[in-house]
Structure formats: structure tokens, C-alpha cells
Unconditional design. Sequence first.
Length: 196
Amino acid sequence: MQSLFTFYLQLGLEHILDRDGYDHIAYVVALCAVFRPRDWRKTALLVTAFTVGHSLTLACAGLDIFQLTTQQKSTVETLIPLTIIATALLNILQKNKAGKAFWYTYGLAAFFGLIHGLGFSTFFRSSLMPGDTASLFRQLLAFNIGVEIGQLIIVFIVTLAAAVLYRFTKITPRVFSVTVSVSALLCGVWLLLKSG
């Protein structure tokens, strides 16, 4: 029988890697785009900042601190693609800055994590098992570990793809960054049009 911790760990992992939830995938890919393979620790730290923001929103939802109205849900569905677009545009505009994480990048990742967490808060709240605060904490912890594992899988795939391209082709880090960022940007625009 599956434990409660394993159930929420799997739920968090599926939340990130779900084919229908590619907004998260596009966002994490955009975060990775400017970093070279040797800078994987910086990328991992950025996605952890995103997870922290994500988990704060989910904790508030789980503790019944807020509950989104239909109008608020619609607004969040519009904001999520904007986080992808903003991150991709920052990548494109930061010329010759591959591998550099600016101080505000971590704050933005955490803030955007809050927004993405809002998008999942209603489902997460409805999936919680009844129990005390300690039980809620275990469910939230397991879910966010699953989210982090899923994000690190994406980081690994993007980093590996970059390493292979740099090794076997003449592609430069700047070309890779812009190509990946433009792809994420187009995905964000498509999601924005879809939500409207």
C-alpha cells in the first residue's frame, strides 16, 4: 500500500512532468537557458527558489489562509504565461551574460513560484487528506520534494542537451540561450492567447 508521503511525492513529480502542465516545463526550461553546463548549481538554486515560492502559496492554500474566486483563477491563468514570457525576454536581453545569475533573478524565480503555486492551489487544497498541521506539513513537504525532483530532471535534460550541442556542434552558448528562450517565449505567448 502506498504511503501518504509517497503519494504526495508522486503527485508533485507528476505536477511538474505532466504533458498537459507544460507551463511549468516551459518556465523551468527558460530558467535554464542562459546557463552553461558547468553552471548547473546556479540553475538548481534558481529552480529551488521557484519551489520555495511555489510551496509558500500551497502552504497558505492548505491552511485555508485564502481561497481563489473564479475571477482570481482566471487572472492567475493569465499571469502564468506572463512569467514564462518575462523570463524568456530577460534571457534574450541579457547579451553575453551566459552563466551569470543576477541578484534579482532569484527573487523573480521565487515570486514567479508564488504565481505558479496559485495556479495549482485549488487542486492541491482539494487533494489534501484531513488531519492536523503536522499531517499537512508532511503532505506539503512530500509534494514539494516531488516538484523539486521533477524540476531537477528538466534541468538535467536541458544541461545535457547543451553539453552535447557544445561538444559536437559549433553552436555557441548565446545561440543556444536565445533559441531556447525564443521557444519558451512562443510557448508563453501561445498559453497567454489560450487563456484569454
